[in-house]
Design a protein around this ligand. Structure first.
Ligand SMILES: [Zn+2]
Ligand SMILES: [Zn+2]
Length: 568
């Protein structure tokens, strides 16, 4: 289906018309885009049958443009607008807190042509001359610009990890490699990464370097030496390779995995013991006493092996010295997923498809949680449809053997803290996820009260993506996590680590804080299609950054214990 693609084009036209200052047209385009996003019929099928004009809410002019786009891949109006409006002004729309009206105003009134110019104007307080602009708004724009600049430097893990894995596979496939891995913050499962770092061991070093530099998506070779290479990929990401000798594999991997703070701390410990730690190994005088494996490196320094995700110098070294590191959960511990959307709301696949895909992952159970009724942009589910869904799932459970399907909802937390379905409806469900999807701008006290109302609601079991941030796209809401975690612990409400790579919310350190306050956590993919179920690994990586063990995470528990937790 190309519905979403067409909707994106219409939204873009609306934004550009808004920048120009057009009055009513932008909203007509947005309305049409929303209709298209929510429509179940395939837009191409309708166009082929000359049926576009039958869609309600879309006027003739926009119908024509839709047909034009589907046929040619272009819309003349959009091309015109792009010529009229400087690209730099359009790029301002990427700044959180800057909409098309603001971008249009600063362009037309102040002649600002790009993000850099906007930053300068804000710093010189030139925006204050514009109607409706105060110091608060200026500060918000400046924060947004800084947020965007930071975001552009780094690649989200959802892109970086599959790419790095493909690169390792490509090199292994075309050169004799004994060992190869990515390192750096990617191996520590950070939400975003800068450069990609690779390490390899091989008896044929030049062949490895050649394989690395001749990968199909290498745009530019910066360095290609005997033991190292640096390339720039088509996407603009820099990738570095170092080929090590076998005896340095562990120490090299340790060194290039970081973090910097972790390594600095380790080196001081080595020095105190009269040892020298480097990328080449652990040395006593001239003698290398460890280096072939990471396990050896840590052991030689008198401590437990520390998993990469914990290497942030956040107490893990002390814990390792005292032999009290947690037994971090792994993918194998995960037995289910509670945050799964279907085509009943804004998911792309049907109930049956999502259930089959969850079962195929080897899970013991899956929870289905479509959006609640007031979230119109995501086709929230009516009470009637939800009750039909309940009967459907009861039937499926009759024949599903040991695999259990739970019916939940992702229920809106309304602005006043109320939930979007009445209690009589919530009571009929196996569990309830509560989420904030609107009114993101509340002050911390008000927002915390709003969220706490949901956390303490008798039918709520899970608080989804507590900060509602989007990695590199939207700043988190203001929330007192300590209080939320304390009350969640008391109430038996789990806090979610949303594994969708655009979210990763809670973060590792936040999850660790929640655990320290006694709260249970749950790792959910927030899947909107069968492919998304595989995002679980990003959530598990985040949980490991938060020092979590299987006992801390509800979906690592067997079904009976889950039932008990949900029915408290
Ligand atoms: Zn949500
Ligand atoms: Zn969701």
């Amino acid at each position: 289906m190309r519905n979403k693609e067409v909707a994106a084009v219409l939204y873009m036209i609306a934004d550009l018309l808004d920048i120009k200052g057009e009055k009513f047209k932008p909203n007509a385009y947005r309305r049409a885009a929303r209709v298209m996003e929510m429509m179940e019929e395939d837009i191409e099928v309708l166009a082929a049958g000359q049926k576009l004009k039958d869609i309600s809410g879309i006027g003739e002019a926009i119908t024509e443009k839709t047909a034009e786009y589907l046929k040619t891949g272009k819309v003349a109006v959009l091309e015109e607008l792009r010529k009229e409006i400087p690209q730099g002004v359009v790029e301002m729309l990427d700044i959180p807190g800057v909409g098309p009206k603001t971008a249009g105003l600063v362009w037309k009134e102040l002649g600002i042509m790009d993000v850099e110019g906007l930053k300068k104007a804000v710093q010189e307080h030139r925006l204050l001359k514009l109607k409706g602009f105060g110091e608060k708004k200026e500060a918000k724009i400046l924060r947004g610009i800084e947020f965007l600049a930071e975001a552009k430097k780094r690649t989200p893990i959802g892109i970086a990890l599959p790419l790095a894995e493909e690169m390792v596979a490509l090199v292994k496939g075309s050169a004799p490699v004994i060992n190869m891995s990515y390192a750096g913050s990617l191996r520590r499962m950070r939400e975003t990464v800068g450069d990609l770092d690779f390490l390899a061991v091989s008896s044929k070093r030049e062949e490895v370097v050649r394989a690395f530099t001749s990968m199909p998506f290498v745009r530019e070779i910066v360095v290609a030496g005997d033991t190292k290479a640096t390339v720039i990929l088509d996407s603009g990401i820099q990738a570095d390779l170092r080929v090590l000798d076998e005896g340095s594999w562990g120490s090299g991997l340790q060194y290039f995995t970081g973090s910097k703070d972790h390594n600095v701390h380790l080196r001081t410990i080595a020095q105190r013991q009269g040892l020298k730690l480097s990328e080449y190994g652990v040395f006593r005088g001239e003698e290398r006493i460890a280096g072939a494996t990471e396990e050896d490196v840590y052991r030689s320094l008198g401590m437990q092996y520390i998993e990469p995700e914990m290497r942030e110098d956040a107490g893990e070294i002390e814990a390792a010295q005292e032999g009290r590191l947690p037994r971090l959960l792994t993918m194998a511990d995960v037995l289910g997923d509670f945050h799964v959307h279907t085509s009943l709301s804004d998911g792309g696949d049907t109930l049956e498809e999502m259930i089959d895909a969850a079962r195929a992952r080897g899970y013991a159970y899956v929870g289905i949680s479509d959006h609640s009724m007031s979230l119109k942009v995501a086709r929230g589910v009516s009470v009637d449809d939800l009750m039909k869904r309940r009967d459907e799932i009861r039937n499926i459970n009759q024949t599903s053997g040991d695999f259990r399907i739970l019916l939940g909802t992702e229920c809106e937390i309304l602005a006043n803290g109320d939930l979007d379905y009445p209690d009589e409806v919530l009571r009929e469900l196996d569990y309830v996820i509560a989420s904030v999807h609107s009114r993101f701008n509340m002050q911390i006290a008000e927002m915390t009260d709003r969220v706490l109302a949901a956390v303490n609601h008798p039918y709520v079991n899970i608080l989804a993506h507590p900060f509602t941030g989007m990695v590199q796209r939207r700043e988190p809401i203001q929330l007192d996590l300590e209080r939320v975690a304390e009350e969640a612990a008391e109430r038996g409400t789990a806090l979610e680590i949303n594994a969708f790579p655009d979210r990763l919310d809670l973060s590792g350190p936040q999850a660790r804080l929640a655990k320290e306050k006694g709260a249970k956590l749950v790792i959910d993919t927030d899947s909107h299609s069968v492919d998304h179920l595989a995002f679980m690994r990003f959530g598990v990586g985040t949980a490991r950054r938060g020092w979590l063990e299987p006992d801390d995470v509800v979906n690592c528990w067997p079904y009976e214990r889950v039932r008990e937790f949900l029915s408290r």
